[in-house]
Design a protein around this ligand. Sequence first.
Ligand code: ZN
Length: 125
Amino acid sequence: MSAVEIICQNCGADTSLNREAIYGGFSKIGERLTCSSCGIEYASEEEVPFKPETIAPVIFTEADRSTKVEIFDEGENKQICHYCANYIVNPFTQFCARHKKEIQSTDTCGLFVAAEDKNGVDKLL
Ligand SMILES: [Zn+2]
């Protein structure tokens, strides 16, 4: 077995892992994982500070990190003021007829009423 490289948590050495079989009677009951530099014992495989490039199962890869996807909820997106029947736009302002206040076309509200006939044409005041 080739030496497994570790960066020891205890002594900080860039060293290798000692793997010693532990026997109970005649059967192997476990392994002792120790730092070959300072001898500190690691309780389990999970505790071993493997050198990054020697970690066998790569849990997080560079690819995983870059595939963060912006998720937009289709339904929720349609609830924006721009698509609401109460949305009124004129050259100076965008206005909610329901709340009688200035709004942004990208605002959302709980009283959204789907505009019946938008077809991309905004109502003019
Ligand atoms: Zn050590």
